[in-house]
Design a protein around this ligand. Structure first.
Ligand code: BJW
Length: 236
C-alpha cells in the first residue's frame, strides 16, 4: 500500500442505494417501472418528450429529499485526507458525493440538477421541473432537456478519465453492476496499464473476475473500512 499514490474511484448506483435511491438493475430498480428504452435514449425523447421529462422531473425531485450515507461520507473523508491524486468518477446523476463534502468528483453520465439547453448549449443549475418547458435563463428559448447521458450518447470528460487512469496506482470500483460501457471497461483499461484493481460491491459484478481483489457487502460497511485502511497505510 506504500506504493499507492494516485487513485481512481468509480462509483455506481449501489453507493446511493442505502440513501433510498433505487438502483437500475436490482429488484425494484427503475427499469422495472419504466423500460430504459422508453426513457433513456435520444430517440425516446424525440418520440415522447413528455414521458421522458416527467420521468426525470420525478427523479430530480426525489433525489433532493435523500441524504448522503456512510459510503459517500467515507469517500469525502478520503478526498479531504488523501495527499496524492484522487478522481471520483461517478456514473450517478445525484449530488450525494458533493453533499457529503467530496470535491474531486466527475459526473460522467451528467447530473439531475443541471439542465442542458439544446439551443445555446448552456447548462444551468436546475432544481425544478422541465415538463412545463421553461425558458433557458441564458438565451430565453424553451429548449431545455435533462443534462443526462443517454444510451448512444458520449459520456462526459472521457479524456480526463483516461488521463487519470494512466497516472493511477489503484482503481476501485464501488456499487456498479459492470453492465454499461464505457465505465464497465475501465477495469480492463486499468489492468492493461498495470494498475491495481479492487471491487467493492454488494455481489459480484459482471466484471468481477477482472479485479485483483473483490470484497462483497453493503457500501456503507465496505467503503468506510477500505478508506480507513488506505488512509492508515498511507501514514504508515
Ligand atoms: C450495492 C448496494 C449496496 C446495490 N452496496 N453495492 C453492446 C456491447 C457493449 C456496449 C454497448 C453495446 N450496445 C450499446 C453499447 C453502449 C452502451 C451500453 O453500455 N449498453 C449496455 C446496455 C450494453 N453505452 C452507451 O451507450 C454509453 N455511450 C457510449 O458508449 O458512447 C460511445 C463511446 C465509445 C467509446 C468510448 C466512449 C463512449 C452511454 C451510457 C449512458 C448510461 N446512462 C444511464 C442512464 C442515465 C439516465 C438515468 O439516470 O436515468 O446511466 S444507464 C444507467 O446504467 C445509468 C447508470 O449510470 C448506468 C450504470 O448502472 P450502475 O450504476 O452500474 O447501476 P446498476 O443498477 O446496474 O448496478 C448497481 C450495483 O450496485 C449492482 O451490482 C448491485 O449489486 C450493487 N448494489 N446495493 C453496494 N447497498
Amino acid at each position: 500500500m506504500d506504493s499507492i499514490r494516485n487513485i481512481v474511484v468509480l462509483t455506481g448506483a449501489g453507493v446511493s442505494a442505502e440513501s433510498g435511491i433505487d438502483t437500475f438493475r436490482g429488484g425494484g430498480g427503475l427499469w422495472e417501472q419504466h423500460r430504459v428504452e422508453d426513457v433513456a435514449t435520444p430517440e425516446a425523447f424525440a418520440r415522447d418528450p413528455d414521458l421522458v421529462l416527467r420521468f426525470y422531473d420525478m427523479r430530480r425531485e426525489a433525489i433532493q429529499t435523500k441524504e448522503p450515507n456512510a459510503a459517500h461520507r467515507a469517500l469525502a473523508r478520503l478526498d479531504a485526507e488523501w495527499d496524492g491524486e484522487l478522481l471520483i468518477v461517478t456514473q450517478n446523476v445525484d449530488d450525494l458525493h458533493e453533499r457529503a463534502g467530496a470535491r474531486r468528483v466527475l459526473h460522467m453520465h451528467g447530473e439531475h440538477l443541471n439542465a442542458w439547453c439544446m439551443a445555446c448549449d448552456e447548462r444551468p443549475r436546475w432544481t425544478g421541473t422541465l415538463i412545463d418547458r421553461p425558458a433557458c435563463p441564458a438565451c430565453g428559448e424553451a429548449a431545455l432537456r435533462p443534462d443526462i447521458v443517454w444510451f448512444g450518447e458520449m459520456p462526459y470528460r472521457m479524456d480526463e478519465i483516461f488521463a487519470a487512469l494512466e497516472q493511477a496506482d489503484l482503481f476501485v470500483s464501488i456499487g456498479t453492476s459492470g453492465a454499461v460501457y464505457p465505465a464497465a471497461g475501465f477495469v480492463r483499461n486499468a489492468r492493461e496499464l498495470g494498475v491495481e484493481t479492487l471491487e467493492l460491491n454488494l455481489e459480484p459484478s459482471q466484471g468481477t473476475l477482472w479485479f485483483d481483489e473483490a470484497r462483497h457487502g453493503p457500501a456503507t460497511e465496505l467503503v468506510p473500512e477500505w478508506v480507513a485502511e488506505i488512509l492508515a497505510g498511507s501514514r504508515a
